[in-house]
Design a protein around this ligand. Structure first.
Ligand code: DX5
Ligand code: ZN
Length: 218
């Protein structure tokens, strides 16, 4: 299990301290949620925050673009030091070009699908990605409830990947807790994003990470 800590729920008055605590607690990646107020209702952070995180940590930066026309902005995120960049299938007519541009730049490309998007919608791009991000909430905010029906879709995607791109991973994002983690791992997810469960754990960041690690299957 790769654990990717989403800074969306971090205390930004002490971002360095929060990211370093997560790193010391043993998270594998830092997840940066980029929202433009159009693709999703919320506005969060841009390439500047990726560049800031790069100066705080040596962990891989996992950048999730929830923006319209991501092809206009990927170069800024590549320049800022993103290691993984995922773009949504929804509303992106030229997605192959974007994924290939990411690959050519040496960044790991990922495709994202919302809970309401069927697994079949990403089948044509599976050979071009290193991971599929299956949203387990409708994107826009941290702290929402996990949608359990996505587990079935994760299994479907895993089967398609086994045929077309067996090396590729499945990431899940949204409402992940120690309680639902084993179910979604069993379905085939191996990269787990968590914001609230890590940065808002009542006993602190280290306890949040410990809790997820001990609930996880591996
Ligand atoms: C949701 C974001 C998620 C979010 C997860 O739109 O993509 O990465 O930060 O937050 P939690 O873990 O609190 O659901
Ligand atoms: Zn995310």
């Amino acid at each position: 299990m790769i654990l990717s800590a989403s800074i969306l729920s971090a205390d930004f008055t002490d971002l360095r301290g929060q990211v370093q605590q997560a790193e010391q607690a043993g998270v594998d990646w830092i997840h940066v949620d980029v929202m433009d107020g159009h693709f999703v209702p919320n506005i969060t952070m841009g390439a500047f925050m990726v560049e800031t995180c790069k100066r705080i940590t040596s962990l891989p930066l996992d950048v999730h673009l929830m923006i319209e026309k991501p092809e206009r902005h990927i170069q800024a995120f590549i320049n800022a030091g993103a290691d993984y960049i995922s773009v949504h299938i929804e509303g992106n007519p030229n997605i192959h070009r974007t994924l290939q541009a990411l690959r050519s730049a040496g960044v790991h490309p990922g495709i994202v699908l919302n809970p309401g998007t069927p697994a079949g919608h990403v089948s044509a791009v599976l050979p071009f990605v290193d991971y599929v991000l299956a949203m387990t909430v409708n994107p826009g905010f941290s702290g929402q409830s996990f949608i359990p029906q996505v587990a079935g879709k994760v299994s479907e995607i895993r089967k398609m990947l086994d045929q077309m791109n067996p090396q590729a991973s499945i990431e899940v994002d949204g409402g992940i807790t120690a309680e639902n983690l084993p179910v979604i791992q069993t379905a085939g997810a191996n990269i787990i994003v968590a914001a609230t469960a890590i940065f808002r754990h009542p006993e602190g960041i280290a306890a949040g990470v410990r809790n997820l690690r001990s609930a996880g299957l591996n």
